[in-house]
Design a protein around this ligand. Structure first.
Ligand SMILES: [Zn+2]
Length: 372
């Protein structure tokens, strides 16, 4: 029997105005922090974080993230952190900024603080980063020997972010239970390296439950930029439940297919991680022989959240069979997580992509929604 492995961040704090207390959480930890945020996020939250740190007598080195979680960018910022002799690294922003902050912190062995300004992916809690090329093509997963020390989410900041980000996080989190279930059935390995614990399975199940109960309510709160219990539940599901669930529970086909889509050129690059994962999840469900009712349950929820369900929705209306095969081949490359879920060939994945698109079109047709 394989070992059961479960990992998690040391501390998770979520609530209205939670970021104002960042100084208290860092008391006695260190004197210098590198703060990483992209240009937009500096205005939204970065400058506030720096002023709260100042009140706590923590010096900061402020870095503008260039937008891509690439090796070059990780190395560049690690250089700045070394120069500053920082003992704290703080990432403020979305998935790619946070993944870069984790890499930088690992490089200089610092205390890692993750401050997500959206609930758009489940990246914040994990001890890994997804590394892309400078052009945004998936390259690899990079693993660290510890999870972030502190994950701090301010629900008010998240309520003020565009709802599309929350919907993307919901899609990323909806993949969690589907993927964990497949890894458990297949006795595959998790991202934490080992067999899925009962704890991770329970967390993944809870994640799914919360999303089917509250996703739309939370999305509507977010439309009006207000914090509600539904929004708090979904922020936790997208971030903590999905984060713990995918890492210690396992990734399967949905994320491998997402990675496959990053290999294509064109407008698909403007889609978020979660939007591509949404389609990948439907493809995984197609390959798993679920009933029409089960697949439609997901399609209906995605549609209510303005998430994509057809190839046209992910900007691949006229995609060639050749490109679909390219996606499928990337998704089934050696070492991809799809192999933890079930054994499948590239050709089978390609057929499932086409079938998913056709199911989704037919579902829209039943609802009276005409494709262009
Ligand atoms: Zn994801």
């Amino acid at each position: 029997m394989k070992e059961r492995v479960y990992i998690s961040p040391s501390k998770y704090v979520q609530g209205r105005n939670a970021v104002q207390k960042i100084g208290q959480h860092l008391e006695g930890i260190g004197k210098t922090a590198v703060v990483i945020a992209d240009e937009t996020v500096w205005d939204i939250a970065g400058n506030d974080v720096v002023s709260y740190l100042k009140e706590a007598n923590i010096r900061t080195e402020n870095v503008v993230f260039n937008g891509e979680a690439s090796t070059a960018e990780m190395d560049r910022i690690a250089g700045i952190a070394k120069e500053a002799e920082a003992s704290i690294v703080i990432g403020v922003g979305g998935g790619k900024t946070l993944d870069t902050a984790k890499a930088v912190s690992d490089e200089v062995q610092a205390f890692t603080v993750i401050v997500p300004t959206t609930a758009s992916t489940d990246a914040p809690t994990s001890a890994l980063s997804v590394v892309y090329s400078d052009e945004g093509v998936f390259e690899s997963y990079r693993f660290y020997n510890k999870n972030p020390d502190l994950v701090l989410l301010d629900s008010k900041i998240i309520a003020e972010a565009p709802p599309r980000f929350l919907a993307s996080g919901i899609a990323d989190a909806l993949a969690t239970y589907v993927e964990v279930r497949s890894v458990v059935n297949n006795k595959g390995n998790t991202m934490a390296g080992g067999q899925t614990t009962l704890a991770a399975q329970a967390i993944a199940k809870k994640c799914e439950e919360v999303l089917f109960d509250y996703a739309l309510l939370a999305y509507e709160s977010n439309e009006r930029k207000v914090v509600t219990p539904a929004l708090e539940h979904v922020i936790e599901a997208n971030t903590l439940l999905s984060g713990l669930g995918f890492e210690s529970g396992g990734l399967g086909a949905a994320h491998a297919i997402h990675n496959g889509f990053t290999a294509l050129e064109g407008e698909i690059h403007h889609l978020t991680h979660g939007e591509k994962v949404a389609f990948g999840t439907l493809v995984q469900l197609t390959m798993e022989e679920h009933s029409q009712e089960e697949i439609e349950k997901y399609m209906a929820l995605y549609m209510s959240l303005d998430l994509p369900i057809t190839l046209e929705d992910i900007k691949l209306k006229d995609v060639s069979r050749e490109d679909i095969l390219k996606v499928a081949e990337t998704a089934t490359a050696e070492g991809e997580t799809i192999h933890q879920a079930f054994s499948v060939t590239a050709e089978e994945v390609a057929d499932a992509i086409v079938a998913t698109d056709q199911y989704a079109k037919s579902f829209k047709g039943m609802l009276g929604i005409e494709e262009e």
